[in-house]
Design a protein around this ligand. Structure first.
Ligand SMILES: Cc1cc(-c2n[nH]c(CCNC(=O)c3cc(-c4ccc(F)cc4)cc(O)c3O)n2)ccn1
Ligand SMILES: [Mg+2]
Length: 214
């Protein structure tokens, strides 16, 4: 049967990127998605904003919802201080299989823990699975209709603390209107929009950065 897009993206990484060099994995994926096949990675333009927020927060504990092929997983993990772990949740086993290989190829596997399953099922298990008390940083990039229910779940499970930073991809395209309305109007969040473009296109998109106020 025909290969899948994630498999073709992985093949490009294995062929063109330097093993153990996260930046070359990132650049190879961006080149492939711009010149061969579009794929739903956060991409280079929004990736620079993601990098700046990760560097600013310098999190001890970080959670990513929606691994896909592991592009933003590698982008985040390459900036984490030694001894910190990025937990990333992926629902689709085919995506997860490709992501594991891309993460391995980048050499960052010791900083990343990829868990397969639905965010709604796994979030309540974070304390028992990883001994996590709270997350300093959460990157939301999974099903757009899960952003709102999942931050409410993070609140209920007391996985956010005063000052926890949430960064959400795709708040314009495909769009997460109910999530935006909530974080922009809730007294428990201070929100800021970073205008950008849908990865590898001229279509408007952006990232919403929200601080949990406790
Ligand atoms: C743990 C868990 C994980 C998941 C999960 N894991 N991986 C995903 C992928 C989600 N991402 C997207 O759907 C997405 C779509 C577009 C897009 C597509 C088509 C267009 F025309 C325009 C834009 C652009 C993006 O940047 C996106 O991120 N969900 C789901 C549930 N539970
Ligand atoms: Mg996205």
């Amino acid at each position: 049967t025909r290969s899948t897009r994630p498999q073709r993206l992985l093949r490009a990484v294995q062929k063109k990127a330097i093993k153990g060099d996260p930046q070359s994995v990132i650049s190879t994926i961006d080149y492939f998605c711009r010149h061969s096949e579009w794929a739903m990675n956060v991409g280079d333009e929004k990736g620079v904003i993601l990098d700046s927020v990760v560097c600013e927060v310098s999190p001890s504990t970080a959670l990513e919802l929606g691994t896909y092929c592991g592009y933003s997983t590698v982008r985040i993990a390459r900036l984490l201080p030694p001894g910190t772990k990025l937990i990333t949740l992926e629902f689709n086993p085919d995506y997860a299989a490709v992501a594991r290989q891309i993460i391995e190829y980048s050499g960052l596997q010791d900083k990343i823990c990829l868990v397969e399953g639905a965010s709604g099922d796994l979030i309540p298990k974070m304390q028992e699975l990883f001994g996590i008390k709270t997350f300093d940083f959460v990157f939301l990039d999974h099903w757009k209709d899960r952003y709102l229910p999942d931050i409410k779940l993070l609140e209920e499970c007391q996985l956010l603390r005063k000052g926890s930073i949430l960064l959400a991809d795709n708040v314009i395209c495909p769009g997460t209107p109910d999530y935006l309305e909530y974080v922009r109007n809730s007294p428990r969040y201070e929100s800021k929009y970073f205008k950008s473009h849908l990865e590898y296109t001229k279509v408007e998109d952006g990232l919403e950065k929200s601080v949990f106020l406790g």
